[in-house]
Design a protein around this ligand. Sequence first.
Ligand code: ASN
Length: 592
Amino acid sequence: MSNYIEPAKSDPEVKPRVLVIYTGGTIGMMLDKDKGWVPAPNALGRYIFCCPTLHDKDYAVAEWGKKAKDYGSGTPFVLPPHQGMPRIMYDLKEYPELLDSSNMTCKEWIKIAKDIEDSYDLYDGFVILHGTDTMAYTASALSFMLQHLKKSVVVTGAQLSIYEPRSDAKNNFLESLIMAGNFVIPEVTICFGRKLFRGNRSTKMDSDGFDAFDTPNYPLLASLGVKIQRHDENIFWPTGMEKLQVHTVLNENVAILHFYPGIKEEMVRATLQPPLEGLVLLTYGSGNVPSNRQELLDEIKIAIDRGVLVINCTQCSRGTVSDIYETGKALSSIGVIAGEDMTPEAASTKLSYVLGRDDWSLEKKKEMMLENLRGELTPSDSSLFLASSTRMTIWKALMNPTTLNNVVLPAMISHSVSFSDIRRIEELINHGGDISAASREGRTALHIAASEGNNSMVKYLLDKGVKVDAIDSHNQTPLSEAVRFNKHEIIKLLYSKGATLNTEDKRLGEKLCRAAAQNDVRKLQSLKLAGVNLRQADASGRTALHMAALNGHHDCTKFLIDEGCPKDQMDNLGLTPKDYAQRSNSATISLF
Ligand code: ASN
């Protein structure tokens, strides 16, 4: 099911800003009579400036004055109005060395990722202009490198240069700007031929058609017809509030080995030699290799034992691997990891990313290869996977300010308090989380920390200036929680900051009497530390000392007498604690 989605920002006064990073590719190439098609530096910006469908010069002059009449004045490009959506303003960052994408390596992926990180807060979305040949690799790599992405990163290019009359460039570029500026799609995508694809599911299918890309194992994220339809249910919505984290360490010791009938043992052995650390095996059909070629399996096993991660992906462009055949089981039984329905582009770049995570053990790296990190694979046990529609619901809730402030942030803060995760709490506060916010039951972070006896967290919250006297729906304050669980250090801390129990005196008298009747000296100490007067009587005029004496509790009676509780305070019947001790005929009389 797909539905038309309103532009991300419906206020036409708010102009989304997009950063266009131009890395090279046919999109900006010119024909050199000796070399063939090569990237042409310092030409694209000038071309855009003079192209009315890509830059509205009149609007720019009205907005920024005369200087916007000339190219290179530093004013941004601005798209003409389109279908009632807010106009997009964009800047072009051309790389000093424009590349045919066949010349690109991990180095360029890292540069792009760093540039996105550096300007992440300044722009609403990003467009990467790129050659088509290795576009699917770059989009896949970026998807892993940009963790917790919350903005659209759209990679595009063209099959014919923008300077050619029949080119697809203008359209791909224009639509990518619209997708990046007017829509929130928090993924690395490829926009090509009026379709928006998930980057790490895409592959170049056609070397000369304008419909060059597809995601054979995954539906479209958006269709760009007369109306733009964003397919929400297909988007990999984030479920957390974490800030963008950019991973720029990639392991280059990765290779792809395409099996073919009769492949020589020597070829396989040569590929598997150090420095190889990760290998994508492209196997037949649903992940099969010849099970009657033990020598090949032995070579692979030797590499796995050396610590090489070997991933099984199918040579078919559609479908997944499984071990239903003897020929497939041969691989899983020696420790080859199922690549599920990943493309070779996704599997190889994921390997680079996972192997680059020095904070992960080898075991964790293996686990992560099976995990769906950025929507790149369909786990074989999909029931463990949070459905995209669930992610979408959560994402929408996160984006609703009322739910965010009243439900999500307080819940996340409480959760982080329980796990003493101060870094996360700081992050939530930076995102507008109110550290004194209460749950629907009125419980605050301080209630939780106090009841759990988490001294350092209580200290931290108090230092942050948290509200000390919040009352929950059971009439409990953080101090009464600390008393309930006899957390003496916390009681002292809270009391010193002016926290109260919010309990009327007679009720306090009842609490004291109950504690004394149960010989609960620790509770009496808690109440005392919380500022309660141990002489406080209940509604019948009896004090804790009356109850301790009546029940013959030696320790409790002694504690109360040592605390200076009067032995002769009369209850409503005119009886003193000493009278109670005498009448109960207990040994406590010796204390009076
Ligand atoms: N060779 C070009 C590149 O990948 C192909 C293209 O962009 N259409 O840079």
